[in-house]
Ligand binder design. Structure first.
Ligand code: DQA
Length: 144
C-alpha cells in the first residue's frame, strides 16, 4: 500500500506554534514519526506540507493512479475549504482526516469540518499517535 500524507498550513511551525496545544515536537519529528510507522506497517509513503490551498488541491489530484489512500490534516482549511473537499471526492481514494488537537473542545469555528463530509474516518486529539492510528485503520480496512 502507498499512502500520501498531506499537512496543511502552519503545521510546518510545529514545535514553535502554540506548544501548549500542539506540543514541543517539530514538523521534522512528525515526518520522521510517520515514516517509521509506515516502515513498520510495510507501507510506502510520501509526506507533503503546504501553506497554500491550491497546492493542496493539486497534490490531492496528483494522488490519482499513484497512491492507494490519503491521510490528511488540512489544518485551518479543514473549516473553510470546499475546494479540498471537492478534490478528495474527485479522486475518491480512502481518506482519513487527522487533527493533532481535540478540535471539538476548542473554539466553535473548529467544530465543523468540510473534509469530514468525505473522510471515512476522523481522528482528533491524539497528537502524533493519530497518524499511526490512521495508517493502521487503512491497513486493516482496505486490505492492501
Ligand atoms: C489542527 C486543528 C485546526 O483547527 C488548526 O487550524 C490547525 C491544526 C490540528 O491538527 O489540531 O492548524 O488541524
Amino acid at each position: 500500500m502507498k499512502i500520501k500524507f498531506i499537512n496543511g498550513p502552519n503545521l510546518n511551525m510545529l514545535g514553535i506554534r502554540e506548544p501548549d496545544i500542539y506540543g514541543k515536537q517539530t514538523y521534522a519529528d512528525l515526518v520522521a514519526f510517520v515514516r517509521d510507522v509506515c516502515t513498520s506497517n510495510n507501507v510506502d509513503c510520501d509526506v507533503f506540507q503546504s501553506n497554500y490551498e491550491g497546492d493542496i488541491v493539486t497534490e490531492i489530484q496528483n494522488c490519482l493512479g499513484d497512491f492507494d489512500a490519503i491521510v490528511i490534516n488540512p489544518a485551518a482549511y479543514t473549516h473553510t475549504s470546499v475546494a479540498i473537499l471537492d478534490a478528495l471526492k474527485a479522486v475518491a481514494l480512502p481518506t482519513v482526516e487527522v487533527h493533532l488537537s481535540e478540535v471539538n473542545e476548542r473554539e466553535e469555528f473548529r467544530h465543523f469540518s468540510y473534509v469530514s463530509l468525505y473522510a471515512q474516518k476522523v481522528i482528533t486529539g491524539k497528537g502524533f499517535e493519530g497518524y499511526k492510528e490512521a495508517v493502521q485503520y487503512l491497513c486493516n480496512e482496505n486490505k492492501f
